[in-house]
Each structure stands twice: as structure tokens, then as C-alpha cells.
Design a protein around this ligand. Structure first.
Ligand code: FES
Length: 202
């Protein structure tokens, strides 16, 4: 065989080509497989089953200001699994028609910038974030600062005179509902909702 020394069964050119391909394949796998696992892993992670949580009798809430309540985001992990939720009765004069299928507004305190806890300033009728100056209006809409979308909400219902809070959902700036909630910092307007698909673990 041309290019082969006596006793060799393969040319040097083929040997080096094969070696380069093997090293390239290993390098690609070293970078690609962890990235693939990172992207697909959450889809196989078990999530909390959806459940409704009692937050008190209907008399606890009015339709002009929010009452803070605490719910479990993750059950059975004590205080670290709890979160405050701001709740008020749906008010068509304030809230418009979008969302009128839910009897109560239950607003998450997780800022949609990077997730700091917002608080409701009763006197101003706004939600304020202490971290980077995020300001939200009375419906959770962004009024100022870096947050990228309105505050998330939770489904609500009334059973036997008691208010119950269900699963979280996210909103775009027009209050269109995204049943699979998004992480903080993820835009939902226009093309962004395709660039930030939902993760089951969020
Ligand atoms: Fe709320 Fe940055 S985390 S403004």
C-alpha cells in the first residue's frame, strides 16, 4: 500500500485523520451533552401536583386593597416552602374584563426582574421592589424600573364561602395569561414568549 511502511496496516494520513475526528467528537460531546442535559433535564423533573389552598373566608378580603396571606409553594419543607400572596376581590372598575373569570386577584410577591420579594405599599396602592427600584401598579403591571412583565398571579376560586388559591400563572403586559409560569427576567411580549418557553419546574 503506498505511504505505508513495512508492517503498518494503515497510512499515516488516515491515522491522523481518524485521530483528529475522534478528538473532535470527544470535545463536541464534552460541550454538547451537558448543554443538552441542562436544556432537557427540567422536562423530566417531577413537579408538585396542583392543589388548592384555603386562604380564609370571603369576608377577609375587599375589592380595593390587598390582604396578605401565606401559602405553600412547596409542601412539607416548612417555612422555606412558603410565600406571601396579596389577595383582593376582583373589581371590574379597576381590573377591566380580562381576568374576570377569577373571583379574586392573588398576586405573587416575586419580582419579575430577578425575583426579590416585593411588598404592597397600601398608601401608594403600588407594589414596590427593594432591590433595584421596580414599581408595579395596583394590578401588578410594571410602572417603572427593570421588571420585564407584570407580577405573576395565582388562580382563585370560592368554595363554601372560603377563598382558595391554586396554581401560579404568568402574564404579558396586556394581561394575557400564560398558564405555565415563567422565571423572573423572562419577557412574554411578542417574540420573547417563544424565546423563553415554560419550564415545568418553574
Ligand atoms: Fe425587583 Fe430587581 S429584583 S427590581
Amino acid at each position: 500500500m503506498p505511504g505505508v511502511y513495512e508492517g503498518e496496516t494503515v497510512t499515516r494520513r488516515r491515522l491522523f485523520s481518524g485521530g483528529a475526528l475522534a478528538v473532535g467528537g470527544i470535545a463536541t460531546a464534552a460541550i454538547g451533552l451537558p448543554a443538552l442535559g441542562f436544556a432537557l433535564g427540567p422536562a423530566f423533573t417531577r413537579t408538585e401536583p396542583h392543589r388548592w389552598q384555603d386562604v380564609g373566608p370571603v369576608e377577609d378580603f375587599n375589592d380595593t386593597s390587598y390582604t396578605p396571606k401565606v401559602i405553600d409553594l412547596v409542601a412539607d419543607v416548612a417555612d422555606s416552602g412558603k410565600t406571601p400572596v396579596y389577595i383582593r376581590r376582583y373589581n371590574s372598575a379597576l381590573d377591566g374584563r380580562k381576568g374576570s373569570d377569577l373571583p379574586y386577584l392573588a398576586i405573587s410577591n416575586r419580582c419579575t426582574h430577578v425575583g426579590c420579594p416585593v411588598h404592597y405599599a397600601q398608601a401608594a396602592g403600588m407594589f414596590l421592589c427593594p432591590c433595584h427600584g421596580g414599581v408595579y401598579g395596583a394590578r401588578g403591571q410594571v410602572m417603572g424600573g427593570p421588571p420585564v412583565r407584570p407580577l405573576d398571579r395565582f388562580y382563585t376560586r370560592v368554595v363554601d364561602g372560603r377563598v382558595e388559591v391554586g396554581a401560579r400563572f404568568s402574564l404579558d403586559s396586556h394581561f394575557n395569561r400564560f398558564p405555565h409560569p415563567r422565571d423572573p427576567s423572562q419577557h412574554l411580549d411578542g417574540i420573547w414568549k417563544y424565546l423563553y418557553p415554560a419550564r415545568p419546574t418553574t
